[in-house]
Design a protein around this ligand. Structure first.
Ligand code: SF4
Length: 123
């Protein structure tokens, strides 16, 4: 219901404004509403860079990992360092299968995947 109220305020004269201000405001709100309704939690991946021995199987399985040839370690591309050499990021829904394969092929279990509820899936 709230969504329709917001949409009714969409400007029709191309001015980019409505009674609530710039029209990008209601668009952001709409996307936010859809995002919350569609999905409230996402799968997450944790990468222990200290444990990584640079075999790069993970890179072959998922674009979320890249090679760091100089260090002989993988890089979790969108990873945020939460602890010394521990990086985490959310896994886009469309990439969950590839990310799980990346974790499964790691010979030293440097990659951990958690489901939407925070339960450890792999290894
Ligand atoms: S598969 Fe494991 S050991 Fe090999 S680069 Fe990836 S994280 Fe490192």
């Amino acid at each position: 219901m709230k969504l329709w109220i917001e949409r009714d305020k969409e400007p029709t004269d191309g001015s980019g404004t409505n009674s609530n201000g710039p029209d990008h405001r209601w668009r952001d709100h709409t996307r936010h509403v859809f995002g919350v309704v569609r999905r409230t939690a996402v799968m997450r991946i944790e990468f222990d860079r200290d444990t990584c021995i640079g075999m790069f199987q993970c890179v072959a399985e998922w674009d979320g990992f890249e090679r760091d040839e100089t260090a002989g370690k993988a890089i979790l591309v969108d990873g945020e360092e939460t602890d010394d050499d521990t990086f985490v990021c959310e896994i886009p829904e469309s990439e969950e299968i590839d990310a799980k394969f990346a974790a499964r092929v790691c010979p030293v279990d440097a990659i951990t995947v958690y489901d939407d509820d925070g339960e450890q899936l792999i290894p």
